[in-house]
Design a protein around this ligand. Structure first.
Ligand SMILES: C[S@@+](CC[C@H](N)C(=O)[O-])C[C@H]1O[C@@H](n2cnc3c(N)ncnc32)[C@H](O)[C@@H]1O
Length: 255
């Protein structure tokens, strides 16, 4: 079992190249000067890859996301790493006043704007706002939306890519969320509780993060989220075994 598990990340990276390279090469062909902008190329790669890979993964995780989002995303909803806006389809539209998407990869924004429109929200009437920031830029986010003004933070498959996530999680939640009642909805892959899987996650994370634009397999998100003084914790279950390299941390946390 351990040999296939060990070989899983490099095989997934090959698949990732298969999906991400064609749009990246097309963009390079159209504009060879992109070679001088490696971060822009990584963004194009990630957006192109996620456009094909993301919907399948989203469909697989739909039951868990629906349980989290549909009854609990309300008021001012801020999503970090919104990507192409997959989570919007789970919104109970009448419960959401405003949607703020924090998405640093601007090549994701066209897809995100389509999902915002499909959800009946709009940047023009102020019911939606896209911030091209990282989730770690808490000061910039707070300057744009105000401190303690957010009812719900959504983080789906994003904290794995956020630098210093251990510090960012409490800072982000305690700065932006309303108190009491502000809620974090989280669906993340994280460090496995099984030591041998952890070794594999730690071994592959450096290479994985280069291809996956900063994402790491070994983030201890399930533990880090516990640093916040939540008044309620509803830790969810995912149908993924604890030895899995993409073991999930799923939950609803209320201040
Ligand atoms: C695996 S995708 C998940 C997208 C979306 N949450 C979903 O579930 O479909 C990770 C997302 O996190 C974004 N991201 C990467 N670094 C980030 C950061 N520092 N802050 C916020 N988002 C980040 C990426 O651009 C990408 O859109």
């Amino acid at each position: 079992m351990w040999i296939p598990l060990f070989l899983d990340p490099p095989l997934q990276l090959l698949y990732c190249f298969q999906l991400g390279l064609p749009p990246t090469l097309r963009a390079l062909w159209a504009n060879p000067r992109l070679l001088l902008r490696p971060q822009k190329l990584r963004n194009i790669f990630m957006a192109g890859f996620w456009a094909v890979f993301g919907p399948g993964l989203d469909a697989h995780s739909a039951p868990a996301k629906r349980v989290l989002v549909t009854p609990h995303a309300s008021g001012v909803v801020l999503e970090i790493g919104a990507g192409h806006g997959h989570s919007l389809q789970y919104f109970e539209r009448a419960a959401v006043d405003r949607y703020i998407a924090v998405e640093p990869n601007e090549d994701m924004h066209p897809g995100l704007r389509r999902s915002i429109a499909d959800a009946g929200l709009s940047e023009d009437d102020g019911t939606a706002l896209i911030l091209p920031f990282g989730a770690h830029e808490v000061g910039r986010i707070a300057a744009a939306v105000g401190e303690g003004q957010v009812d719900t933070i959504i983080s789906f498959l994003t904290l794995c890519s956020v630098p210093n996530a251990e510090q960012v999680i409490p800072t982000l939640c305690l700065t932006l969320l309303k108190r009491p009642g502000g809620t974090l909805l989280m669906y993340e892959h994280c460090l496995s509780p099984v030591w041998s899987s952890r070794l594999i996650q730690r071994f592959w994370s450096p290479a994985w993060s280069v291809v996956w634009n900063g994402c790491r397999l070994d983030r201890d998100t399930a533990r880090w989220v516990e640093q916040v003084p939540w008044s309620e914790k509803h830790v969810g279950e995912e149908d993924i075994p604890d030895w899995h390299l993409f073991y999930r941390a799923v939950g609803r946390y209320v201040l």
